[in-house]
Ligand binder design. Structure first.
Ligand code: FES
Length: 328
């Protein structure tokens, strides 16, 4: 789900990915088509902490793992809460949560990861949210208020009853844009970015056209000030194949054939690698690169991180060289 232009601290490579078995303790209405799901440990033990912008994997059933942002508050270690919009045209995760899952069910939940890091020392932060893209912004806005930091939150919805968390977000920082109340006009992302202070950190999460407009508008700004989170892949996976992957720790060499991603090639030879979204948006499969140049296709690594050539997402990225050496 995240980020392209971010120069935030590099995320740690996934190590202990064992999910936590959590009890679904509440389902609450948040807005038209949007529910909040609250999860707690069965023994009431504290859950791993998280920072604003973090997400977790929900293992909904075999083969269905979905990522959802934690809405916070970040200081509450007792439970996790995520908000999910029912999307009949989606890949099935949201429909499963809305139509099948019930309070009391157990759900395996991955440990929080954050590729959409809030820069808490910013002099000003500008948050742009479209629809259900508001979810990471909820935790961010809560934290910025707690810090007394200057920020504005531009939140766009088509209809007023689709706006979630207005009780939490209301205040002078909130600019709510309701399309149907503006003769169907979309929020003017370009103007918001143009009018933001030059040193402001900008964050955007929402549908692809909004993110594309944001990226275009923020082109001239330093990459370290521009942060975005995607829910869907920004580029097709690299499947040209025709190269090999050398696994440094095991000494194995695996050919990646045309039509395969690296992840698929490894699985085909019986090598089990952690993965979740399989479209370059969650970071579960992030792998250290020891030699060779990846053909990056993810939505997570910043330009600086790509140039550093130290890590890649093997679910979607390929190789520009005949051999890629990975720390596996
Ligand atoms: Fe999600 Fe690769 S980035 S599995």
């Amino acid at each position: 789900m995240d980020v392209a232009l971010d120069a935030a601290p590099a995320v740690a490579l996934a190590t202990d990915a064992r999910p936590l078995p959590l009890r679904l303790t509440a389902i609450r209405y948040a807005a038209r088509g949007v529910n909040v799901y609250e999860l707690q440990a069965i023994d009431g033990m504290p859950l791993p902490t998280f920072t604003p912008g973090a997400h977790v994997d929900l293992h909904l059933r075999p083969g269905i793992v979905r990522q959802y942002s934690l809405i916070g508050p970040t200081g509450d270690a007792g439970h996790y809460a995520v908000a999910v919009k029912r999307d009949p045209a989606g890949r099935g995760g949201s429909v499963h949560l809305h139509d099948v899952v019930r309070v009391g069910d157990m759900i395996d939940v991955g440990r929080p990861r954050n590729h959409f890091v809030l820069h808490e020392n910013a002099r000003h932060s500008v948050l742009l949210a479209g629809g259900i893209g508001v979810t990471p912004m909820v935790a961010m806005a809560r934290r910025l208020r707690e810090l007394g930091s200057a920020f504005t939150l531009h939140y766009s919805v088509r209809r007023r009853d689709e706006a979630a968390f207005l009780d939490l977000l209301k205040g002078e920082e909130l600019r709510l844009h309701v399309d149907v109340e503006r003769e169907g006009r979309f929020m003017d992302v370009g103007s918001i970015v143009a009018e933001a202070p030059a040193d402001a950190h900008l964050y955007c999460c929402g549908p692809a056209p909004m993110l594309d407009a944001f990226e275009a508008a923020a082109q001239g700004r330093p990459g370290g000030l521009v942060h975005l989170e995607r829910f869907t892949a920004a580029a097709p996976s690299a499947t040209a194949g025709g190269y090999r992957v050398r696994l440094e720790r095991s000494g194995r060499v695996v050919p990646v054939r045309p039509g395969q991603t690296i992840l698929e090639a490894l699985r085909a030879t019986g090598i089990d690698v952690q993965a979740s979204c399989e479209q370059g948006i969650c970071g579960t499969c992030e792998t250290r690169v020891l030699r060779g140049r990846p053909d990056h296709r993810d939505s997570l690594l910043s330009d600086e991180e790509r140039a550093a050539n130290r890590a890649m997402m093997i679910c979607c990225s390929g190789s520009l060289d005949d051999e890629l050496v990975l720390d596996l």
